[in-house]
Design a binder for this molecule. Structure first.
Ligand SMILES: Cc1ncc(COP(=O)(O)O)c(C=O)c1O
Length: 385
């Protein structure tokens, strides 16, 4: 039987693959230092918990509109308007099963076969595969010490370019696009008549810098940008699957149509919980961010003590570290590290950055301390080979 050639050419998500292996070890009762998955470890906020329970008690378990419940879309539009300075309303919002689906629906809604999407490297694992699934062509742009640069993007523009994808703060590097650079990228998009897909899922997990949404720069940029965001990272509800996109009404209509024919709405209960998430005071969110910052500082200190080269991340909860040994590829490095030391990291190859590995520090400080010692032991051992 011939199966889909297109799907057969898609790579499995490396992050999910390694965290599945880590979970198997954990199921055998083995202590694993799991730095693989981007999943905050803090408990569910009381507002979300009680709202979820109430929604269940009230039997809020039926289909909702495919684009999400009106209250949630209104609350998201208000948040984007007030916090991000994006001039939008309910009709510009679609609620999806995670930001991942928002991205996928966005690509489906705007790409025609052969359209090129410029993706700066290192990139999040799913961008390339999603573009390919939507019959687009991913085109990789270099970065400068992980910083996205308009000039590097400009070099990749051809007649077929349709979209520039940006992700700030970035997974896997934690880098944040500078305001000046963001403005240059916006000018480029206008000059070359391109769409922007701006993945802002880590917008609140940002340290010394400030987040700036490209859709907020002017009306023109609003009309050509699809802003992607969600609740997984800021509120630690990765499993509940609520994300959203904000864009011009005509794009949102197409995205809603796709969603209506594929998954229908995001979970009704989870949508209510997301609505509750938006009532959590900024001050409390800042205490969570403070925790992440302390973990970043601890991790970076440890990495520096190990004499590994490091570009300190300004946001998200990842560090991409260079493997100091040339004779091992990143997949073998991460496999052996997991098997021998029970430390799970993601190979850089998955992010287009061979020769490195990603550490997610969304875990306890104790795990960071102990896990890094194990990485150090492993490095000593393999450098002797
Ligand atoms: C950059 C980036 N975008 C999107 C997503 C998807 O998030 P969600 O859980 O909302 O689908 C992730 C999750 O790891 C991510 O790192």
């Amino acid at each position: 039987m011939i199966l889909s050639r297109k799907i057969a050419s898609i790579h499995e998500s490396a992050t999910i693959a390694i965290s599945t292996e880590a979970k198997k070890l954990k199921a055998q009762g083995i202590k694993v230092y799991d730095f693989s998955i981007g999943e905050p470890d803090f408990p569910l906020a009381e507002e979300m918990f009680s709202t979820g329970v109430k929604a269940l008690k009230e039997n809020f378990i039926k289909y909702t509109p495919a684009s999400g419940i009106s209250e949630l879309k209104i609350a998201i539009a208000k948040k984007l308007h007030d916090e991000n300075n994006i001039p939008c309303s309910e009709k510009n919002i679609t609620v999806t099963n995670g930001a991942k689906q928002a991205l996928y629906n966005a690509f489906l809604a705007i790409l025609n076969p052969g359209d090129e999407v410029i993706i700066p490297r290192p990139y999040w694992v799913s961008y390339l595969e999603q573009v390919k699934l939507c019959d687009g062509v991913p085109i990789i742009a270099e970065t400068d010490h992980f910083q996205i640069k308009a000039d590097f993007i400009a070099k990749k523009i051809t007649k077929k370019t349709k979209v520039i994808l940006i992700n700030s703060p970035c997974n896997p590097t934690g880098s944040v696009i500078e305001a000046e650079e963001l403005k240059k990228i916006a000018e480029l998009a206008v000059k070359k008549d391109l769409f922007i897909i701006s993945d802002e899922i880590y917008e609140k997990i940002i340290y010394e810098k400030k987040h700036l949404s490209i859709a907020s720069l002017n009306k023109e940029m609003f009309s050509r940008t699809i802003t992607i965001n969600g609740f997984s990272k800021t509120y630690g509800i990765t499993g509940l699957r609520v994300g959203y996109a904000c864009a011009d009404e005509n794009i949102i209509k197409l995205m809603n149509s796709i969603q209506g024919h594929t998954t229908s709405n995001a979970s009704s209960i989870a949508q209510k919980m997301a609505l509750a998430a938006l009532t959590i005071p900024e001050k409390r969110i800042q205490t969570w961010v403070q925790e992440f910052q302390e973990k970043r500082d601890l991790l970076c200190k440890k990495i520096k003590e190990m004499n590994l080269p490091l570009l300190t991340p300004s946001g998200a909860f990842y560090v991409l570290v260079k493997i100091p040994i040339k004779t091992i590829d990143s997949i073998s490095f991460c496999r052996q590290l997991l098997q021998e030391q029970h430390v799970a990291c993601v190979p850089g190859e998955a992010f287009g950055e061979e020769g490195s590995f990603r550490i997610s520090y969304a875990c306890s400080k104790k795990d960071i301390q102990e896990g890094l010692e194990k990485i150090q032991l492993f490095l000593k051992k393999i450098s002797k080979k």
